[in-house]
Design a binder for this molecule. Structure first.
Ligand SMILES: Cc1ncc(COP(=O)(O)O)c(C=O)c1O
Length: 398
């Protein structure tokens, strides 16, 4: 007899891309080459100066527990970074480091919401937000982003607010759409947040990956009052190609940070000590590796946008940030080729994987049906092959 699991886990979903990943693994085991446009991590190695800082920390025996909120020099480096890059004045007591930005978001939610609370998530959205809200026993409420470029729909968000609403989560630059929310729309959102006295969680993990001189703006920089309502999330995974190192951080008012640190202290404790030393080097050391990555992402982005927009019936928003494109494939819903019947974006991804060996993620996973998410964190040669494959596959659909 199987004993029952908790009520929480029964409402909670594991990653919806697990099936896709299993299928890719099976095809690869069978010797099939797959072009992975489904991966949400940089294809570049971690810059050498960051790796050396971690190795030095290990050789210096910096291998013990640290303060739960993170070592002081790292929190000081983060405070400096937030001041210089984002015009945000945070004291070190208002910063905690976490095991990836993911843990920062999950703990922030656990700190501020609970049963009966609602959290508004403009969507398409990062796949984990709705389930993280459920993990905090609250209810996610998705509100569509508007227009061809997936802007914040302030009116729709305002209408979704009720007496249960406690917080809004935004992500800019956005995963999966690549949109960078404008300062003007963030100012409107801030007004709404103050009007209803809500928290805003802003996930800025892709802030350095921006193109076309499209500026990133941190909502907390608007005023002290807005900052007091804001929980700013960031991390090292994307900017410094450090996904496996697992380091993120959260900046917020002292009360929120105190609650987050209490959760951390009873769960993971602080992130790995040598990783924290490496993170200081990431922030304080030379940034040319980041500039080079951004240059290459931009080249790939321009290439893919041009190719996708030249395909019949495909439209694609201007992706101004991150390393994702989110083309609209609505025109291909209801088409077929042989045994492949395309009812939705899941079917389309299945078809692209089986017929052209290209892995993409169905938009529905991000609450953006009829779209697919393509990540351009792979070489231009692979992207060329992938764009040819997608074009061929779409041309066959009738
Ligand atoms: C929007 C967004 N936030 C957070 C994360 C998780 O970042 P980390 O690796 O720092 O946990 C990701 C990773 O894909 C992401 O896309």
């Amino acid at each position: 007899m199987t004993r029952q699991l908790s009520k929480l886990t029964s409402q909670f979903n594991a990653s919806p891309t697990a099936n896709l990943i299993a299928k890719i693994a099976t095809l690869r085991e069978a010797g099939q080459k797959i072009i992975s446009l489904n991966i949400g991590e940089p294809d570049f190695p971690t810059p050498p100066n960051i790796k050396e800082a971690a190795i030095k920390a290990i050789n210096d025996d910096f291998t013990k527990y640290t303060a739960t909120a993170g070592i002081l020099p790292l929190r000081e480096s983060i405070a400096d970074k937030l001041l210089h890059d984002n015009n945000l004045h945070y004291d070190v007591s208002e910063i905690a480091v976490t095991v990836g930005a993911k843990q920062a978001i999950a703990c922030a939610l656990m700190a501020i919401v609970g049963e009966g609370d609602e959290v508004i998530i403009p969507s398409p959205c990062y796949v984990s937000y709705p389930d993280m809200v459920k993990l905090a026993y609250a209810t996610p409420v998705t509100v569509p982003l508007k227009g061809d470029n997936f802007d914040l729909d302030i009116e729709a968000i305002d209408q979704a607010v009720n007496e249960h609403t406690k917080a809004i989560i935004i992500c800019t630059p956005n995963n999966p759409t690549g949109t960078v929310f404008s300062e003007a729309s963030l100012r409107e959102l801030a007004r709404l947040v103050l009007k209803h006295d809500l928290y805003i969680i802003t996930d800025e993990i892709y802030e350095k990956l921006i193109y076309d001189s499209h500026p990133h703006f941190s909502i907390a920089s608007i005023s002290d009052e807005v900052k007091d309502h804001t929980i700013t999330i960031n991390g090292f995974s994307k900017t410094y190609a450090m996904t496996g190192w697992r380091l993120g951080y959260v900046a917020a008012n002292k009360n929120v940070i105190k609650a987050i640190v209490a959760i951390l202290s009873q769960t993971t404790s602080a992130p790995a000590s040598m990783v924290q030393m490496a993170a200081i080097e990431a922030l304080k050391g030379p940034q040319d590796a980041v500039d080079e990555m951004v240059k290459q992402y931009d080249q790939r982005r321009r290439y893919c946008l041009k190719r996708l927009r030249a395909m019949n019936h495909v439209t694609c928003a201007d992706s101004q940030g991150a390393f994702y494109l989110f083309p609209d494939m609505s025109a291909y819903m209801g088409t077929s080729y042989g045994d492949y019947i395309i009812k939705d974006d899941y079917d389309l991804c299945h078809y692209l994987l089986e017929s052209e060996h290209i892995a993409c993620v169905p938009g529905s996973v991000y609450h953006g049906p009829n779209h697919i998410r393509l990540s351009y964190s792979c070489s231009l040669d692979e992207l060329k092959e992938a764009m040819d494959g997608i074009e061929n596959a779409l041309t066959r659909l009738k």
